[in-house]
Unconditional design. Structure first.
Length: 190
């Protein structure tokens, strides 16, 4: 079933929307959650919570053009909340490590920042990623969106871990330079 048909089921409040979503995207959503929480049961719980959040948010939202991305963002947020709420250092270590890496190239826009500034920053990041090779974009997204381990990325792209690390370091430096050029300022973090 295509995404528009599934969205129509959600809009009609037809509970089969959840089953169709699970059939089409369940495995991928659980994989996103698993990469963050590192626990199969918790990943399954995040997946199921994603269906509930989607049910409660469609309508008013109608993510027809980007349904999987919409669901993936919900799953990722739920998984990050799960790690944060559980207080488990071992499982949260990856999130902390990646947050520190991203602090090198993303400015601190502050808690009280305007939503417009956050949207501008997102546009700059998306523009940067659109301008790099597909391989680089894949490495960046797999690491910072899906929280994949360096060794997994290297194995699947058939390259060395060192190559992946170097690519990520260079990309963070490039992104920071672009953002500085655009007028973003960085505090003492990076």
């Amino acid at each position: 079933m295509d995404d528009n048909a599934i969205i129509e089921l959600f809009l009609a409040r037809d509970e089969s929307a959840i089953a169709m979503t699970a059939e089409k995207y369940g495995r991928s959503l659980r994989s996103i959650a698993r990469s963050v929480v590192r626990d199969e049961r918790e990943a399954e719980e995040c997946e199921n919570d994603t269906y509930l959040k989607a049910w409660n948010s469609i309508p008013p939202n109608e993510p027809r053009e980007h349904f999987f991305a919409y669901l993936g963002a919900i799953t990722r947020r739920l998984a990050l909340n799960c790690v944060r709420d559980s207080g488990r250092l071992r499982r949260g270590a990856t999130v902390v490590e990646l947050t520190k890496e991203m602090e090198e190239c993303i400015p601190d826009i502050g808690e009280a920042s305007e939503r417009a500034e956050l949207n501008e920053l997102k546009a700059e990041l998306n523009g940067y990623l659109a301008g790099v090779s597909e391989r680089k974009r894949s490495v960046f997204i797999r690491r910072y969106w899906y929280f994949e381990e360096i060794r997994t990325i290297a194995r699947e792209l058939k390259c060395s871990e060192s190559s992946v690390k170097t690519t990520l370091l260079r990309m963070r430096r490039e992104l920071k330079a672009i953002l500085i050029e655009k007028g973003y300022s960085f505090d003492e973090r990076g």
